[in-house]
Design a protein around this ligand. Structure first.
Ligand SMILES: [Zn+2]
Length: 399
């Protein structure tokens, strides 16, 4: 039986709304999942994250593996207790980070970020059938991660949803490489499931990951392979294309191949406002992305302005004298307190932590309202109309 209970389906798209049941409670779907990469949503306390309307956060297996290490987190009773977030947690497998090192700046290419250099994460020493050997960015030590390592770390973390170890294939490799890599990802999927069968914590759901790059036949084959296994959910990862239309197409291929499979579907690393709307229409149940929190820490606020990719840069000089709020009519704690763009710009110039917190809260509140609105629209049968309004610059309504 699927952990996802689908309560409503949109007649005009693949969208569905429901409840994803986990060992630590329920997640209302479709949902955005904020990143708690190193065991915290940067700058916020767990009750603040929950207060913004989030049911689940994402912990990062790669970073927590290197520091503080799974043994220490296990000592504290697992990641929920360690970070005092007693609601659902999903952990990624570490594959994305490990392969980001080997593929240089490909991770940045995939996610549309400016290149930051391979050394940011460490250095890959070898990629073999067994797994990946690399040099830790923490202390320069040689480390190894393979399917069993990743599942072992995620077992120690005690996450509710664990992702299998996969190779995140980049966009700039040829079809042959992508095909071979995708096949290895399927072999790793089986190793992860075998390990989890024997040693995995009770109640932890394992998600398989669909790869296959931007090749329709490979994506479809990968979706069918993953769906044929006894996985608890299905994630879509890897290079999704050079631009948004291609990304939507790649996601659509995978979803179509899944047919009426009722298991939960997660789209990895995607979180722009227009991508969330489209992803929901395509039938995605959960999303994670660094975007809203990272933008906040860089002085960028989310606002209903499609022409500017829903962003406003509050570090700009033009806000120096501005008495405007971050966003007119926004019910989030930062806007309700009456903080002006001029004040935020000043705090950002001073590198005051308060500014980063205020903007993280605002951005996460914005995305939470967007997801609440999409869920409500699916239930009410008005998704097409609300999606069009949101794409046109309507503000997500308060819950
Ligand atoms: Zn706000």
């Amino acid at each position: 039986m699927s952990a996802l209970q689908i309560l409503h389906r949109d007649p005009g798209s693949q969208a569905r709304a429901g409840v994803l049941r986990t060992a630590h409670g329920a997640v209302r779907t479709p949902a955005f999942v904020p990143l708690a990469t190193k065991g915290t949503v940067k700058g916020l306390a767990p009750h603040e994250v929950a207060g913004l309307g989030y049911d689940m956060v994402l912990g990062n297996t790669f970073h927590l593996f290197l520091d503080p290490g799974p043994e220490l987190i296990e000592h504290f009773g697992g990641l929920h207790e360690f970070m005092a977030w007693r609601s659902p947690i999903i952990t990624d497998s570490g594959g994305f980070q490990v392969f980001s090192m080997g593929h240089g700046t490909v991770a940045d290419e995939i996610k549309g970020r400016a290149p930051t250099g391979a050394d940011r994460m460490g250095r890959v020493l070898s990629i073999e059938e067994d797994g990946v050997r690399f040099r830790s960015y923490v202390n320069g030590e040689e480390r190894f991660m393979g399917p069993e390592t990743s599942m072992g770390v995620q077992a120690a973390l005690g996450s509710d949803l664990a992702l299998v170890f996969d190779e995140c294939t980049p966009l700039n490799v040829d079809r042959d490489y992508t095909a071979r890599s995708t096949e290895r990802t399927h072999r790793w999927l089986d190793r992860c499931l075998t390990w989890h069968d024997e040693f995995g914590p009770a109640g932890q759901l394992v998600y398989g990951i669909v790869q296959g790059g931007v090749h329709e036949d490979l994506r479809i084959a990968s979706a069918q392979e993953v769906a044929s296994r006894p996985v608890g959910g299905i994630a879509i990862g890897g290079s999704l294309g050079a631009d948004k239309p291609q990304m939507y197409e790649v996601v659509r291929w995978a979803i179509c191949a899944l047919g009426d499979d009722a298991r939960p579907r997660h789209l990895l690393g995607i979180g722009d406002v227009d991508d969330l709307i489209r992803g929901v229409e395509l039938g995605i149940d959960t999303f994670d992305c660094a975007m809203p929190t990272r933008l906040g820490r860089h002085g960028v606020a989310l606002v209903p302005d499609p022409g500017k990719r829903w962003r406003v840069d509050l570090t700009a000089a033009r806000w120096k004298h501005s008495r405007e709020p971050i966003m007119e009519g926004c019910p989030c704690p930062s806007c309700e307190a009456g903080h002006t763009r001029g004040y935020l710009r000043y705090l950002l110039r001073q590198r005051e932590l308060t500014a980063l917190r205020l903007l993280t809260v605002h951005n996460l509140a914005f995305i939470a309202r967007l997801m609440t609105e999409l869920r409500g629209a699916i239930a009410a049968g008005t998704l097409a109309e609300r999606a069009a309004a949101l794409r046109g610059g309507a503000a997500p309504r308060a819950a």
